[in-house]
Design a binder for this molecule. Structure first.
Ligand SMILES: [Zn+2]
Length: 282
């Protein structure tokens, strides 16, 4: 599932390529015909992300809310693909625009020489401004947003007996964290992931929040999650390879980059948790 940094990158791509333009909206697959008709021909005013959700503002009090979920994706094509994930965009030869939709495209947005095709989202709906505001209030604090308040997240974490590992995945507490950032931020704070939220102190949380914001901002810039310091990698020079980019996430059974002990994994809340029992203590 894309984590928050990917959704912010997508919002940036829409802001750069579609904002201020009149957009043709259609549903090649047919499932979103009525929704597409509501925004067809309107101007896209702005794009923003909050956690794993993206909100596109159209003229006439219309917002498109999209949550990609596990299988959703945007595929971009057209001129100038700056700011879009490498694998998700492709330039189109002149005379072949717009390209034929590939697969079951729920929604196609077309503006000038830019096209964006959405397939497989968990949520895709057109809502009003009050409904958009209500959707935002159900979401927790997003470290990538200027309006985020880490203390609000702390109060929810600190009030709970649930494990930190589970709490950090809850989008109504911290929005945008997924499985990788969850595991990595706990490792970098050297916190044992099964301890309850109430064990967390405010200074420790403030440091974790700042760390998370740095890591995620880096993810927005590069399109990649890299949490390791160069000196902790097997290869300290060049771009980190897959197993070198994270401390514990997706490294079960491999030696910890810091202590050399095996990285552990277990199923927790339907997702895999990764941690190092030597480095991460209560
Ligand atoms: Zn370790």
């Amino acid at each position: 599932m894309p984590e928050g940094h990917t959704v912010h990158r997508l919002a940036q791509a829409f802001q750069a390529q579609f904002a201020g333009k009149q957009v043709d909206a259609s549903s090649p697959q047919g499932r979103f015909k009525d929704g597409a008709a509501l925004i067809d021909g309107r101007m896209l005013l702005s794009a923003e992300a909050h956690g794993k959700q993206m909100f596109l503002q159209f003229s006439g009090d219309h917002w498109l809310r999209v949550h990609l979920g596990l299988y959703g994706m945007w595929r971009f094509a057209g001129a100038g693909l700056e700011g879009v994930g490498r694998r998700r965009g492709r330039p189109v030869e002149d005379g072949n625009f717009p390209p034929e939709p590939r697969g079951a495209v729920r929604l196609r947005l077309l503006a000038g020489r830019h096209v964006a095709d959405l397939s497989g989202p968990t949520a895709c709906e057109v809502i009003s401004t009050p409904e958009k505001a209500a959707a935002m209030t159900r979401l927790g604090e997003d470290p990538l947003r200027d309006d985020a308040d880490p203390i609000k997240a702390f109060e929810k974490l600190h009030a709970s007996r649930t494990s930190l590992a589970l709490l950090l995945m809850r989008q109504d507490i911290v929005a945008g964290i997924g499985n990788i950032y969850r595991a990595e931020v706990l490792f970098r704070a050297r916190l044992e992931p099964h301890q309850p939220g109430r064990a967390l102190t405010e200074p420790v949380w403030q440091a974790m929040w700042a760390d998370l914001a740095d890591l995620m901002l880096d993810g927005v810039k590069t399109g990649r999650i890299v949490t390791t310091q160069p000196q902790d990698r097997v290869r300290s020079k060049g771009a980190p390879r897959r197993g070198d980019a994270t401390y514990v996430a997706h490294r079960a059974g491999l030696p910890c980059h810091v202590c050399g002990q095996q990285v552990l994994t277990e199923a927790l809340g339907g997702r895999k948790l990764y941690w190092c029992a030597t480095c991460q203590v209560k």
